[in-house]
Write a protein that binds this ligand. Structure first.
Ligand SMILES: [Zn+2]
Ligand SMILES: [Zn+2]
Length: 338
């Protein structure tokens, strides 16, 4: 099978021929139909988020068809169409038992430890990580495994806060932000303000229902957000970039008891101090999604409630896709089709 392998930090991935892996006891072999490309893959390739192991097949946003079962594997049928839940935990700690395997301390995640989906086949350690998707388009479904589920979890953290009359701020309308806008419009009464530097993505944000869309490259962003926000500021800010600049903008835009949820992995930081932010504001991160979060997002997609903006590319073009993503030139989620 073909696989795109990261051998050296900072170097392009190498497309190489490998044997199709054989699933061990309890494991499941999945034929990958689509694998989404995530900014965190770029961060691993450039070393800013060091990969757990090298060489590695990256790819943690996968959908495909069950090809074969290892001995004793049960709970899924050969031929079933599935999204691969990417947080592969120990299965025993309290986070795993609650379905939040992405928070398990084992750090054994698809494409971030074990080999992931930038290949024609991948081994999944347990059938519990496979969520059937029925007749959902698998190329679209792949994006749900991270771009779809991560903002869903982030928005759920603020549902109690986003009552009528409030505003929510979305920083970055790329693959994740586009889902975030939809969840905010679908699940809350908040007015949604979006800040985005790309004109194309600003148009997409508008088409997804954003109420106010601000060009992220203007000089006085803070003032523009203030003007668009409710009287005292935004009630919840979702930072899908995670740079110093966006985190500062998010925190400074908050009203009292507001919530900043940092999702993007750009590695930024922001000082938290008593007088440096609105009283009782809360800063947190949101890390991927639980198995339940993924099942809920898949249910929304199956009900036709989500617009999933996809750009498909052959696996062989993976390095070009990384470059496009790096330069912010993708409109929707880039998905590799092995
Ligand atoms: Zn990701
Ligand atoms: Zn665990």
């Amino acid at each position: 099978m073909k696989a795109a392998v990261l051998h050296t930090i900072g170097e392009p991935l190498v497309i190489e021929e490998r044997d199709i892996p054989v699933p061990g006891p309890g494991e499941v072999l999945v034929r990958v139909v689509a694998a989404g490309v995530c900014h965190s893959d770029l961060h691993q390739q450039d070393g800013s988020v060091p990969p757990f192991r090298i060489p590695i097949v990256l790819g943690h946003e996968n959908a495909g068809i069950v090809e074969s079962l290892g001995s004793g594997a049960a709970g899924i049928e050969v031929g079933e169409r599935v999204v691969v839940y990417g947080g592969w935990g120990c299965g025993r700690c309290r986070f795993c038992l609650g379905g939040q395997e992405q928070l398990c301390s084992t750090a054994s995640w698809s494409g971030l430890g074990p080999d992931g989906g930038y290949a024609e086949y991948m081994v999944v350690p347990s059938a519990r990580h496979l969520v059937p998707v029925g007749d959902l388009n698998l190329v679209q479904a792949a994006a749900l495994a991270d771009a779809g589920v991560t903002p869903y979890r982030a928005v759920k953290k603020a549902l109690d806060l986003l009552v009528p009359g409030t505003t929510a701020l979305v920083l970055g309308a790329g693959g994740l932000g586009q889902f975030g806008i939809q969840y905010l419009k679908m699940l809350t009464e908040a007015r949604v303000i979006v800040v985005e530097t790309s004109a194309e993505r600003r148009d997409i944000a508008r088409s997804l229902g954003a109420d106010v869309v601000i060009d992220g490259s203007i000089s006085d962003l803070q003032e523009a957000v203030r003007a668009a926000a409710s009287e005292f500021g935004v009630t919840a800010a979702f930072d899908f970039v995670g740079s110093d600049t966006t985190m500062q903008l998010g925190l400074r835009s908050l009203e009292r008891q507001g919530l900043l949820v940092v999702v993007g992995l750009a590695g930024g930081s922001v000082p938290v101090s008593f007088f440096g932010m609105a009283s009782e504001a809360v800063v947190t991160t949101s890390n991927w999604g639980s198995r339940n979060d993924l099942a809920e997002v898949i249910a929304l997609a199956r009900a036709g409630a989500l617009t999933i903006s996809i750009e498909g590319y052959p696996l062989a073009e993976i390095n070009d896709v990384f470059e496009l993503l790096e330069k912010g030139k993708t409109k929707g989620r880039a998905v590799l089709i092995p």
